[in-house]
Design a protein around this ligand. Structure first.
Ligand code: ZN
Length: 499
């Protein structure tokens, strides 16, 4: 077996996956609803082929041969070999027909989720979710290596090395930190004015503004595009085609504004991966948590920065045709950082957001480690919101049906969002030692920030592990304190608290 032959096989699998990604994008943006069963079959068929190839005789032969002939591999070949071996071990013991059945179940679950949203009732998707959970419980023993619990196995797939034991400790620290900030704000804070946030801004006006901002931040629209969807996401076919989506509300411009800034962060990451990783499994993000660190760097680090908004405010006023001419900058900025308990995760402010994640984490832990009944989930969800955020959903659309993740089989994924917050704050701290971030954000040229992130994170794609990337980029392991300190500085400023 020659390296070239191995890389050619890998490339052909990647080409199939690229076609699957395009089908996925289509089914979430423009596909007629009635087509979902047909699409499910197409996706099931193609993903079956992709899966068979990825565990097929050629790959097996390559893995066996290079196990003892690693000296014949180039540096790139060796990285691809290691990643392929990892993926193979993750998948090889699951029978292809079970994987194919799972993929069909995923398409059905997505359709059921859309129905449940319409009915505002979890019962509409309960059976499909139950099926997915059963599939995952069937797969966990195949995936399990040295993890302690079932849920650890799922966590590990999204963030290598992450455990319930570590997360319990980190989330306890984050929860305490956030609770303290919320208590101080409730006691001494001056609530910002926000009435003007609901002023009508047309979809076209919002598009002009937010596409301009995304471009300035480094998202390349010649290698991406922006479409409408129910639940916003970024999807990459390759580094020259990293697509983003959003949803719009003409009486709440900040939703799409921060949403697009967020997804653009994911897109910039994919667009900036070293071309040498093209057509290999390394041409993607290092992990879900690292991916979120890039989108959240845009959304909560840059998106909370006063200099950034001072610079953007005239452009915003220009795009909105005078609708905000009576609002001064300080009032405008403070309004964007109001914090208020909310029921919907993607509408949550950056301070309360991690609490939404902690709730999902605790429920997923119950599903996979404690075998909680599917019939109790809606009630448990509502109880936890009442306990942590002091508010209770009136229906499942405001509650357990709001997110796409579980119908996508992505159990173990949610904690990545919270990790993304912590990584982003830690990266901001490290970046500040080398470049003057505030001054750059007040200028016309944001490229030093994008370049720093490309140098330390983007370029490596999936060739390095998350903990190594963070250690190399910041000089220390994950430390949640940077996030708590950052939140304090932003929210105490907005709420006029002097300590
Ligand atoms: Zn994201």
């Amino acid at each position: 077996m020659k390296e070239q032959e191995f890389l050619q096989e890998i490339k052909e699998i990647e080409l199939l996956n690229e076609a699957l990604a395009l089908l996925e994008w289509d089914s979430q943006t423009g596909m007629p609803e009635a087509s979902s069963e047909f699409r499910g079959e197409t996706v099931g068929y193609l993903s079956g082929i992709s899966f068979e190839r990825s565990v097929g005789p050629k790959i097996q032969e390559a893995l066996t041969y290079f196990e003892t002939h690693q000296d014949e591999l180039s540096e790139l070949g060796l990285s691809v070999y290691k990643k392929t071996k990892e993926n193979y071990e993750l998948n090889h013991s699951i029978p292809a027909e079970r994987m194919q059945a799972y993929n069909i179940a995923l398409t059905n679950a997505h359709a059921a989720w859309l129905k449940a949203r319409k009915a505002k009732d979890f019962a509409e998707m309960k059976n499909e979710i139950q099926t997915l959970i059963a599939f995952l419980k069937e797969f966990i023993p195949y995936w399990k290596k040295d993890e302690t619990t079932n849920y650890d196995v799922l966590l590990n797939q999204y963030e290598p090395g992450l455990t319930v034991e570590k997360l319990d400790e980190i989330f306890a620290q984050v929860k305490t930190g956030i609770m303290e900030i919320r208590a101080t704000i409730a006691e001494k804070g001056t609530v910002p004015r926000t009435d003007f946030l609901s002023r009508r801004v047309t979809k076209e006006q919002q598009r002009t503004f937010v596409m301009g901002v995304a471009q300035q931040l480094g998202y390349d629209f010649t290698r991406g595009r922006l479409d409408d969807t129910v639940h916003p996401f970024m999807l990459d076919l390759n580094r020259n085609d990293a697509r983003i989506t959003t949803r719009w509300d003409e009486t709440n411009f900040s939703m799409a504004t921060f949403g697009v800034i967020h997804e653009a962060g994911h897109g910039i990451y994919e667009q900036s991966i070293d071309p040498k990783y093209d057509h290999t499994p390394l041409s993607t993000g290092a992990s879900m948590g690292i991916h979120e660190s890039q989108s959240l760097f845009n959304e909560i680090i840059i998106g909370s920065n006063k200099q950034f908004w001072e610079k953007q405010f005239p452009f915003f006023k220009e795009c909105t045709a005078g609708a905000f001419d009576d609002i001064d900058f300080e009032t405008f900025y403070d309004s964007l950082k109001e914090t208020k308990a909310s029921l919907v995760r993607i509408e949550a402010d950056s301070l309360t957001y991690p609490l939404h994640i902690i709730i999902r984490y605790e429920i997923e832990k119950m599903i996979f480690n404690e075998n909680v009944s599917i019939d109790e989930l809606s009630q448990i969800w509502n109880d936890k919101y009442e306990e942590y955020l002091g508010i209770r959903p009136e229906n499942d659309l405001e509650g357990i049906v709001q997110d796409v993740h579980w119908s996508g089989g992505s159990f173990g994924y949610f904690p990545s969002y919270a990790l993304g917050y912590m990584y982003a704050a830690q990266l901001r701290h490290a970046m500040g030692k080398e470049i003057d971030v505030d001054t750059i954000l007040a200028s016309d040229d944001y490229s030093p920030i994008k370049n720093w992130l490309t140098e330390h994170i983007h370029q490596y794609g999936a060739s390095r592990k998350p903990n190594q990337l963070i250690l190399d980029a910041t000089g220390e392991a994950l430390n949640p304190q940077y996030l708590i300190d950052y939140m304090k500085s932003i929210y105490y400023d907005v709420y006029k608290i002097n300590e």
